[in-house]
Design a binder for this molecule. Structure first.
Ligand SMILES: *Cc1c(COP(=O)(O)O)cnc(C)c1O
Length: 287
C-alpha cells in the first residue's frame, strides 16, 4: 500500500530501474509514470501511443547487453478513455525480457469480469509483473496498491522511497477500501451498469454526430478544441444541471480541450439521454 497512486509510481519505478537501466513508457503515460521515470535516473524512451510495433522498435534498438528493462503503461488512458492492446504489448515485452508495469488507476474496480481491471479484461493478468492502482477512484477511498510476486513486493517495501519515508494509510482509509473491495466482489451489476451507461452515452453522442473516439470505457471525451469554447460549454451544461468537467492544456495537448464525461453506475438512461441533448444544445449555442 502506498499513500497515493502518484506515490506508488514514483516509488516503484525507481525501485525497479536505476542508472544504466532502461524504462520505456507509452507516449501518453500518466504524469506519475513520467515523474517516476525521471526519478529513476534510468534511460527513458517513449513509444508511440498504444503501438506494439513501436515498442518493439525501441526495445530492438535499446534493450540487450544485460540491461534491465521496464515497460510502463496505463490500463485506461485517463483523458481519452482508451485501453492499450495489452496482449500484443505483453508479447513484445516478454520477447525482450522486459518487466511490465501496468498502472490501472481507472480500470481497478470498473473493468474485467471480477473488476480486477484492464489486464483481467484482456486476459493477460499472468503476464503483468506489477499492477498499480489507486484506491481513490472507483474504490472511493484514498491510497494505492501494488500487486506482484512476493519477491517484488518484498523488494518494494525495502527499497521504494515513497513507501518507506511516508506514513502508512490510516485505518479508516484501509477499512473504506476493504469495504469497497467487498462491494466490487458482491455487486458486479455496478460495473455492468457503469459500462452499459458509458456505451449508451458514446452511442447516443455518435448518433448526433459527436465523436467520443477513441474511448471504449467509462471515460468519455468530447473534444471541443479551444479553451474558451470548452469552458463556455462546461458552464452552460452546469446551468442545465450537468457537471461535465472541461479539461485543458497541460492535461491534454494544446488545441484539444475537451469535456471529459464520466457516467456513474447509478445514472438512469433518461439522464444519459438528457445529457446528450444538453451537449447538442450547448455546442450549437457556443459556435
Ligand atoms: C489518477 C491516476 C493516478 C494517481 O492516483 P492518485 O491515487 O490520485 O495519486 C495515477 N495513474 C493514473 C493512470 C491515474 O489516472
Amino acid at each position: 500500500m502506498f499513500g497515493t497512486g502518484y506515490m506508488a509510481n514514483v516509488g516503484v519505478i525507481p525501485a525497479l530501474a536505476g542508472r544504466g537501466d532502461l524504462v520505456v513508457s507509452d507516449a501518453l503515460a500518466h504524469a506519475s509514470i513520467i515523474d517516476g521515470c525521471r526519478l529513476s535516473r534510468a534511460s527513458v524512451r517513449v513509444f508511440p501511443h498504444n503501438d506494439a510495433a513501436g515498442l518493439e522498435r525501441v526495445l530492438r534498438a535499446e534493450a540487450g547487453g544485460g540491461r534491465r528493462v521496464l515497460v510502463a503503461l496505463d490500463g485506461v488512458y485517463s483523458m481519452d478513455g482508451d485501453t492499450p492492446p495489452l496482449r500484443a504489448l505483453c508479447d513484445v515485452a516478454r520477447r525482450y525480457g522486459a518487466m511490465l508495469l501496468l498502472d490501472d488507476a481507472h480500470g481497478t474496480g470498473t473493468l474485467g469480469p471480477c473488476g480486477r481491471g484492464t489486464a483481467e479484461l484482456c486476459g493477460v493478468s499472468a503476464d503483468i509483473d506489477l499492477q498499480v492502482g489507486t484506491l481513490g477512484k472507483a474504490l472511493g477511498s484514498f491510497g494505492a496498491y501494488v500487486a506482484g510476486s512476493r519477491a517484488l513486493r518484498e523488494l518494494l517495501v525495502n527499497v521504494a522511497r515513497s513507501f518507506i519515508f511516508s506514513c502508512a494509510l490510516s485505518p479508516p482509509q484501509v477499512a473504506a477500501a476493504r469495504a469497497a473491495l467487498e462491494v466490487i466482489r458482491a455487486e458486479p451489476w455496478r460495473r455492468e451498469r457503469l459500462q452499459a451507461n458509458a456505451a449508451r452515452l458514446r452511442e447516443r453522442l455518435a448518433q448526433r454526430g459527436i465523436s467520443t473516439e477513441p474511448s471504449t470505457t467509462h471515460i468519455v471525451p468530447v473534444v471541443i478544441g479551444g479553451n474558451d469554447r470548452t469552458m463556455a460549454i462546461c458552464e452552460g451544461l452546469l446551468a442545465r444541471g450537468f457537471y461535465a468537467q472541461g479539461i485543458r492544456h497541460p492535461s491534454v495537448p494544446e488545441g484539444t480541450a475537451r469535456l471529459r464525461l464520466t457516467p456513474m453506475a447509478t445514472h438512469h438512461e433518461a439522464e444519459i439521454d438528457a445529457l446528450v441533448d444538453a451537449i447538442v444544445a450547448e455546442l450549437a449555442a457556443n459556435p
